[in-house]
Design a protein around this ligand. Structure first.
Ligand SMILES: [Zn+2]
Length: 186
């Protein structure tokens, strides 16, 4: 016991000098703050994952620089993304909402594969949240077209709602027999 008491101050001194460290596995410096979750970096991840494909044109067939593929590339570059300029589409640019981007990332990480046909581009209803960068459309899930017989889209939309989507449409809703739509609040 006496010997232990003598050793204690010595040990304290050594720790103070850095000769002995408690928990030598602990990192020597404070780890850098991860910036991988910035919207642009999420977009980079989304663009490169094999779980998601991006329609390179509008569903209407147009190539106008505002396709889903164009939009994810623009977002990955850290930029606002292009809107279409036909029908009720207002033209101009908008930022994709980070909540939507992170939800897409979560769905891919949870094992879904899917094809995005539209985000800010294309012509939708006049007040569509697509124009605010808050919505996406998907026409393929897990290798199968979205439709009444696709077994995945209901759960997919339910997960989107759990991740904040407040407008979800799919087969059975007018105009959505072959694609699903998920949108986040303004
Ligand atoms: Zn939509």
């Amino acid at each position: 016991m006496k010997r232990f008491v003598l050793i204690l101050p010595l040990l304290a001194t050594l720790i103070g000098l850095g000769v002995v460290s408690c928990g030598s596995d602990a990192p020597a410096t404070i780890s850098k703050v991860k910036r991988s979750s910035s919207p642009a970096n999420v977009a980079v991840w989304l663009k490169s994952t094999s779980s998601i494909s991006w329609l390179p044109r509008q569903v209407s067939g147009r190539y106008d620089g505002a396709s889903a593929l164009d939009n994810i590339r623009q977002a990955a570059a850290g930029n606002a993304v292009k809107r279409s300029s036909y029908g009720t589409a207002p033209g101009g640019y908008v930022r994709l909402d980070p909540r939507m981007l992170r939800a897409m990332q979560s769905m891919a990480k949870e094992g879904y594969s899917f094809r995005v046909t539209s985000m800010a581009g294309a012509s939708h209803s006049r007040t569509s949240r697509h124009y605010a960068g808050l919505a996406f459309d998907i026409d393929m899930i897990n290798g199968r077209k979205v439709g009444r017989s696709n077994p995945y889209w209901r759960k997919f939309l339910a997960r989107c709602r759990e991740m904040g989507a407040t407008e979800t449409l799919g087969p059975g809703d007018k105009g959505h027999s072959t694609h699903i739509h998920a949108a986040w609040p303004r």
